[in-house]
Design a protein around this ligand. Sequence first.
Ligand SMILES: N[C@@H](CCC(=O)N[C@@H](CS)C(=O)NCC(=O)O)C(=O)O
Length: 324
Amino acid sequence: MGHLIDGVWDKGWYTPDAEGRFERPPTVFRGGLPDGGVTEPGRFHLYAAYACPWAHRVLITRALKGLEHAVPVSVVGPRMGDDGWAFGGFDGATDDHLHGARLLRDVYLRARPRYTGRVTVPALWDTHAGTIVNNESREVMRLLDTGFDALARHAVTLYPAALRARIDETIDALYEPVNNGVYRAGFATTQEAYEAACRDLFIALEHWDAVLARQRYLCGEALTAADVCLFTTLLRFDPVYHGHFKCNLRRVRDYPNLWGFVRDVFQTPGVADTCRLDHIKTHYYWSHPHINPTRIVPLGPELDLREAHDRGRLGPAGPSALDR
Ligand SMILES: N[C@@H](CCC(=O)N[C@@H](CS)C(=O)NCC(=O)O)C(=O)O
């Protein structure tokens, strides 16, 4: 935890608003790709964490597109302490292959020596421009999906042109109550703020469980970016958000359609290798000592993500899943 102020590291945690509500600051790097797309393998480098649901979206996109050879990745370890994200130190975490930095904040300082803001994953680095081009997961997913077709080994698209408006409205609808909702519940510092976030979250989960009773995926007939955005939150739900963030009215396993959806996406070729529950659990339970002062990481729950599902019987999405 911590952030940079004018290029200087400050160990401070997020400051809640006057009502004890968690507010996520906007991301700073919001650039795009060269005109005509990317043709040179290795021009862009991804900084990621297996622990983080936002970075996980991008790791899944990279795997589904078959871009591993074209977009190399450096992975921080799951324990985010006073110095923020650090490379290595845990099975599956790596060195910074590009700059040899010890800390992710050093990468941000190379991009902008007087950077002010949080030091977050994912971050996509442009080796030509010598800076971070974008660190907003939703946008990085889209850049990888639409700008690297010359290099992609799989003919997969997560933003098919005909569905883009629906995918965007679905991602918008998921963001506040679900993706960010678990954090608003977990990082709330008043009873009222926690309860409001937790109730909104479970209202939304009921809704999406009903939608996924009728259709296999959220938009259209194949997996899209919207499904990826829902999946990375649901995967972390029973192992982390249910206990650590007190999102405990129900578990994802108690929703037959959400739980089937999680197994379906997990079993999609390429996805399982991006899912590291050891990183996920260690990250949250270790990195928030104001919530879990002993830093003990629980052993459970036992989850069988490889258990068969029968979601292949379901048809394509109806016109809009948002208002039903
Ligand atoms: N809006 C950003 C959020 C990214 C984000 O908050 N990542 C977390 C990890 S789960 C992080 O790096 N946090 C470090 C910090 O806030 O200091 C996105 O979607 O890319």
